[in-house]
Design a protein around this ligand. Structure first.
Ligand code: C5P
Length: 232
């Protein structure tokens, strides 16, 4: 699997997204469409970005009973996106059902990855609110192993966790990592961050980069810098 930079396109309208993508000329970066844009614009925005020739990570983080997730995944599979995701907390049964729903009659399907613990969840909140009293690193590795046992392709995690996930699940198991900043950039609200070059060293397969590219004065130059540092 080649390393790739995915741009988190956290815009609230199709107009903002297409204006942003127009700035890339002939380049066709991998695009992440999240809940905000999908709930605002619906499947039409996915079809439009696909029509423009971009690969798409549809970041909707499904979490429901297995039958509902299976049926929802079948609908998402018809959109012909490249990566979709769900919460590993939905259990192995839910993840297996999701995989079944996602698989097309010809056997093809988008990559399916799982969120282990959101990076916004601290160990203290996990213990006090969710009553999970194992160390957070142990929980992340265990959820990654559940994900792998269910037959999924990888997990979304902090780049700082990618090394231990690879150690536990093997190097073929994908790690998709947000929380990336340039060494001379602004961290914003992200806490556990690293640079594209360091994410590469730790073993991320895909980095998800939002504001360092979307808010840059020259997004194309920022994207190219990211690719140069991460992909080499
Ligand atoms: O702008 P920034 O680079 O922080 O964007 C990171 C993207 O990755 C956002 O779309 C955010 O929702 C997403 N994300 C994250 N941390 C996670 C999961 C997803 O930052 N644990």
């Amino acid at each position: 699997m080649n390393r790739e930079v995915i741009i988190a396109c956290d815009f609230s309208s199709a107009a903002q997204l297409t204006e942003f993508l127009d700035r890339f000329g002939e380049e066709r970066p991998f695009v992440k469409i999240g809940m905000e844009l999908f709930y605002a614009e619906g499947p039409a925005i996915v079809r439009e970005v696909k029509r423009r020739g971009h690969k798409i990570f549809l970041d909707l983080k499904l979490h429901d009973i297995p039958n509902t997730v299976k049926k929802a995944m079948a609908v998402l599979s018809n959109l012909d996106v490249d990566i979709v995701n769900l919460h590993a907390a939905g259990t192995a049964e839910m993840m297996t059902a999701a995989l079944e729903g996602l698989t097309r009659p010809d056997g093809s399907r988008p990559l399916l990855i799982a969120v282990t613990q959101l990076t916004s969840t601290s160990e203290q909140r996990m213990r006090d609110e969710l009553l999970i009293d194992h160390p957070i690193d142990e929980v992340i590795v265990h959820y990654a192993q559940n994900t792998q046992a269910a037959g999924l392709d990888g997990v979304v995690c902090s780049p700082l966790e990618a090394g231990m996930v690879k150690e536990a699940c093997g190097k073929e198991f994908l790690t998709v990592t947000p929380g990336v900043r340039f060494a001379d950039g602004d961290a914003g609200d992200q806490v556990r961050i690293t640079t594209p070059a360091r994410a590469r060293e730790i073993g991320s397969d895909f980095i998800v980069v939002g504001r360092p590219i979307t808010a840059a004065a020259d997004p194309l130059a920022a994207y190219r810098r990211c690719v140069a540092e991460f992909c080499g």
